[in-house]
Write a protein that binds this ligand. Structure first.
Ligand SMILES: O=C(O)CCC(=O)C(=O)O
Ligand SMILES: [Fe+2]
Length: 321
C-alpha cells in the first residue's frame, strides 16, 4: 500500500470516515445513471397522467422542477417507484421497486470495489441496505414529505442503528456516492468526526421521524461537501445526517453498503449478492436481471407473510420522552 493509502486508512480509523476523491468518472460512471432516472420520471409521469393520477405530464419542465411537481401531486410514495430497496413495512405484491442495470453496474464498479476491498478485504458482499435519494429543492416539497429522508433532509443517525442486532459484529461499510455535486446549499452530508468511537447511541422513533436525539449527538459536526466522482467511506457507527436542499437543483446520491461475505446483513429478508470474491470468482453475480428478480421475489414473499420487524428501537422508549 502506498503512503497515501495508509493515510486514508488512518483517517478512517481515527475519524470514522474518509472521502476518496475522483475515484468515479462523472461522465462514464454517473451520467448514464442520471439519464436513466430522467427517462424513468418521464415515462412514469406520462403513464400517471394517462391514468388520471397526475393532472399534467409536466413535460415542459426540466428534471428537477418536473420531479418536484410530480411529487407535489402524488406525495412521497412516488419515490418508491425509483427505489432500489423495499420499504420496511406495508409491502404488497404491487409495491413498486426499480432495479436498473445502470445501478447494478455501479454496485459492481471495479474502482469502487477496489476501494471497498481496502476496508473490508477481497470477499465482498453487496449488503441490501441501499437507497437512491433524489432530492428536489426543499422549497418545492409539500409538508407531507419533509420528514422523508429519501426526499428531504436526513436526521442524525448511525447506520448500525438501522439494522437488526444480528449484524452488530458485521463489518458493514457505508459507501455514499454523490451523483451530482453535494454542497452545503443542496444538502450535503454532515458527519461528526470520531463519533464512531462512542458505540451505538440511542435512536428515537417519533411519528414519521427516526433520529438520535439532539442532546446525544456528539459535538463537532461538520458538513462534507463532495464532487460527483468522489466517494465517501463511512464506519457503521459514525453519526451523520444531511442538510436540506436549499438550491434550485436536484441533489442525487446513492448510499450503498458492503460487508465481508458470510456476515449477517442486518436485513435478512432483503437480497444481497457476492460483488467480488477473489477466492471464488464464480460466485460473483454478474447478471443485472437476476439481481432485479431477487428483489421482486423478496417482495412477493414479504407480501405474503406477517411483516418482520426491521427495528431494534421501540416507539415508546422512556429514554426518548
Ligand atoms: O444521503 C442522505 O441524505 C443520507 C445518507 C445516509 O444516511 C447514509 O449514507 O447512510
Ligand atoms: Fe445513514
Amino acid at each position: 500500500m502506498t503512503e497515501t493509502a495508509n493515510g486514508f486508512m488512518r483517517q478512517f480509523e481515527e475519524q470514522g470516515y474518509v472521502v476518496l476523491e475522483g475515484i468515479l468518472d462523472p461522465e462514464l460512471d454517473l451520467q448514464p445513471i442520471l439519464d436513466h432516472y430522467e427517462r424513468l420520471v418521464d415515462s412514469l409521469s406520462r403513464r400517471l397522467a394517462d391514468e388520471g393520477v397526475l393532472s399534467s405530464t409536466y413535460e415542459d419542465l426540466s428534471f428537477g422542477p418536473r420531479l418536484a411537481a410530480v411529487v407535489s401531486e402524488t406525495g412521497g410514495s412516488f419515490f418508491q417507484r425509483m427505489e432500489i430497496s423495499l420499504p420496511q413495512s406495508g409491502i404488497y405484491p404491487d409495491t413498486p421497486i426499480h432495479h436498473p442495470p445502470e445501478v447494478f453496474r455501479l454496485l459492481r464498479n471495479p474502482r469502487l470495489l477496489d476501494a471497498v476491498e481496502r476496508f473490508i478485504g477481497p470477499e465482498i458482499y453487496s449488503n441490501p441496505v441501499q437507497h437512491i435519494r433524489i432530492k428536489p429543492p426543499q422549497r418545492l416539497l409539500s409538508e407531507d414529505v419533509l420528514l422523508n429522508a429519501l426526499v428531504a433532509r436526513t436526521f442524525w443517525h448511525q447506520d448500525q442503528g438501522v439494522v437488526i442486532p444480528d449484524a452488530d459484529s458485521t463489518k458493514m461499510l457505508t459507501v455514499w456516492v454523490p451523483v451530482t455535486d453535494a454542497t452545503r446549499e443542496n444538502g450535503c452530508l454532515m458527519v461528526v468526526p470520531g463519533s464512531h468511537k462512542r458505540g451505538l447511541t440511542l435512536h428515537c422513533i417519533t411519528p414519521g421521524k427516526f433520529q438520535i436525539p439532539d442532546r446525544l449527538v456528539a459535538p463537532g459536526a461538520r458538513p462534507l461537501p463532495m464532487k460527483a466522482g468522489d466517494v465517501l467511506f463511512m464506519h457503521k457507527l459514525t453519526m451523520h445526517s444531511s442538510l436540506a436542499n436549499r438550491s434550485d437543483q436536484l441533489r442525487c446520491s446513492f448510499d450503498l453498503r458492503y460487508n465481508p461475505i458470510g456476515e449477517h446483513t442486518g436485513r435478512p429478508w432483503f437480497p444481497g449478492f457476492v460483488a467480488r470474491s477473489r477466492s471464488n470468482p464464480e460466485s460473483e453475480l454478474r447478471d443485472p436481471e437476476i439481481w432485479a428478480e431477487s428483489w421482486r421475489q423478496a417482495r412477493d414473499h414479504l407480501a405474503q407473510v406477517e411483516n418482520p420487524s426491521f427495528q431494534r428501537w421501540v416507539e415508546d422508549d422512556p429514554r426518548c420522552a
